[in-house]
Write a protein that binds this ligand. Structure first.
Ligand code: TEU
Length: 541
């Protein structure tokens, strides 16, 4: 197969609300992103995944879209958007749009029409059902707490919302809905965007009456139609957000012969610190062995019939350095350890804004400090169910989505250079130390580790194409793997622990060819190797 540009790419996710404010209203905007393109070019990324910038009442920060072909007023205008695409292109950076079509906002004109009456032509654009025994149609739950069914007084029916009640689910069984989606995607393709990230795309084939939500029977048929009707004719990257994907399922989406998507985000590793059968708020410690098994399963099982995406972070997840690393004593070491470990795997890496400078979680002490609808709804639900405030806040501090959404830390001035006004969400007080300016001043910074990793991918086919093999004869806390390509072998080693650890792998011998490392290291002797806390490196053997 001919190499696709996205197979050698590194993608950077921008959460526009928190990236850079250009007009002092406390909210990031498109002009702000344009101002920072030079920074992103310096980092070396290929494309920006832009979280939603469309018109939205912001019940879920833009993931509730009221007009797919207009820009959110706070973010700017369509002219600004065209300018962003143009200026990014001049720097060889593509723009990947976030497409949210499982649901719309309740302020979308389709839903406003749909709500007017049972015989409105748009009624069937959404999923309406009669009450059952005077109550909800069935027990489907919303991912943002409570029932997924909302009663509408006017018509005496319920509508489905798998997320907030202000995010009604579109009815993909309706051919007109699918056609509207294709038209909208073509509108963006005509503007020259570099691809799409498809929000919760595995839900669009749902059969609500059978309580089937993910991986419904018509899902792949819809995606093949989408490919044919929209991006199939363009050289773009498409990535589906698929919480329910296994490697087998991921191949259905990303096998090039099936003409669906370039790749999907899988989330198996993301759930490793949650109690079995419970939800994300019910915490347990990470077992490094489980992480090794899952990531190496994904590395090997997709083979040539699929393509991996690689990520630790996004706007829904806590910061990795706080989550599974150490955001105090070993801040820099552990942030780099996660970078080295992930970026030398096979697949397309995604960096979430601020990850490249080691941004950390933000501790809250009261629910009033939280903006995120998921955390707020869960708080009230659990409070009503008898949980203590302290316990709920403890979960939010570890797992809440606002952890990743605090403003980007550009420098050590007030509000971290994000805004001259009042930021919409608190700036982390550690911005005086953790910021872009400080990273750029220090050749040993986390930023330059990411920059070097991006460069290594561009220059070394082994990083893109090499076979992956997990090394199993190592202590639990060590994640170690080999990449092999055309007679070359690279060894990647990462110590997940705060303790030193040693290992002996005489078959790998000794090497003076260190490719990248997070401590001073000019050679590696596998006959007797001592690893420092969170030490990570790659070496040629
Ligand atoms: O996320 C899908 C999703 O299921 C998340 O809400 C996830 O379950 C949760 O954050 C982890 O507990 C996508 C978007 O990435 C998210 O920001 C949106 O809120 C959601 O879809 C609805 O559009």
């Amino acid at each position: 197969m001919k190499t696709k540009w996205w197979q050698t790419a590194v993608i950077y996710q921008v959460y526009p609300r928190s990236f850079q404010d250009s007009d002092g209203d406390g909210v990031g905007d498109l002009k702000g992103i344009i101002e920072r393109l030079g920074y992103l070019e310096h980092l070396g990324i290929t494309a920006i995944w832009l979280s939603p910038v469309y018109q939205s009442p912001n019940d879920d920060n833009g993931y509730d879209i009221s007009d797919y072909q207009a820009i959110m007023t706070e973010f700017g205008t369509m002219d600004d958007m065209d300018e962003l695409i143009k200026q990014a292109k001049e720097r060889n950076i593509k723009i990947i749009m976030d497409i949210v079509v499982n649901h719309t906002s309740d302020e979308h004109k389709w839903f406003i029409e749909s709500s007017k009456s049972k015989d409105n032509p748009y009624r069937d654009y959404y999923i309406w059902r009669d009450p059952v025994n005077g109550g909800v149609p069935n027990s489907l739950g919303s991912i943002f707490s409570g029932s997924a069914w909302q009663y509408d007084e006017a018509s005496g029916q319920y509508f489905l919302h798998l997320f907030s009640k202000r995010q009604p689910d579109l009815n993909w069984e309706n051919e007109n809905v699918r056609q509207e989606v294709w038209d909208m995607m073509n509108f963006w393709l005509d503007k020259g965007v570099g691809g799409f990230r498809l929000d919760v795309i595995d839900l669009v084939g749902k059969i609500p009456d059978e309580e089937i939500t993910g991986n419904g029977p018509k899902l792949h048929e819809y995606l093949q139609d989408m490919n044919r009707e929209t991006f199939g004719k363009h050289d773009v990257l498409t990535v589906g957000e698929t919480w329910g994907a296994t490697p087998e399922i991921a191949k259905l989406y990303s096998d090039p012969n099936r003409n669906e998507l370039s790749m999907v985000f899988q989330f198996e590793h993301v759930s490793l610190d949650q109690q079995e059968g419970k939800d994300k708020w019910d915490l347990k410690p990470l077992q490094v062995s489980e992480l090794k098994n899952i990531l190496s399963k994904w590395q090997t099982e997709l083979g040539n019939e699929g393509w991996n995406s690689l990520f630790w972070n996004n706007h829904d997840l806590p910061r990795i350095v706080s989550r599974w690393g150490n955001d105090s004593t070993y801040h820099s070491e552990s942030a780099k350890m996660f970078a080295i470990l992930l970026h030398l795997m096979k697949g397309t890496p995604y960096i979430y804004q601020g990850e490249e400078i080691g941004m950390t979680n933000y501790p809250v002490s009261d629910i009033s400090e939280i903006n995120d609808i998921e955390s707020v709804n869960m708080y009230h639900e659990r409070l009503a169910n008898g949980y203590s405030k302290e316990d709920i806040l403890a979960s939010i501090n570890v797992k809440g989505r606002d952890n990743a959404r605090t403003p980007m830390q550009w420098d050590d001035t007030e509000n971290a250079g994000f805004t001259t006004g009042t930021p919409w969400l608190h700036v982390n007080p550690n911005s005086s130390e953790i910021n872009v300016a400080a990273n750029l001043d220090n050749p040993n910074s986390i930023f330059f580790c990411y920059q070097q990793l991006i460069q290594l991918r561009k220059e070394n086919p082994i990083v893109v194409w090499g076979d992956f093999e997990l090394v199993t004869e190592v202590p639990e806390q060590v994640f170690m793997y080999l990449r092999r390509y055309e007679g070359q072998t690279w060894v990647v080693v990462a110590n997940f622990g705060e303790e030193k650890v040693s290992l002996e792998l005489p078959s790998l011998g000794q090497s003076d060819d260190v490719i990248i490392s997070n401590y001073e290291r000019s050679s590696v002797n596998f006959n007797q190797l001592a690893l420092k806390p969170y030490e990570a490196f790659a070496v040629k053997v």
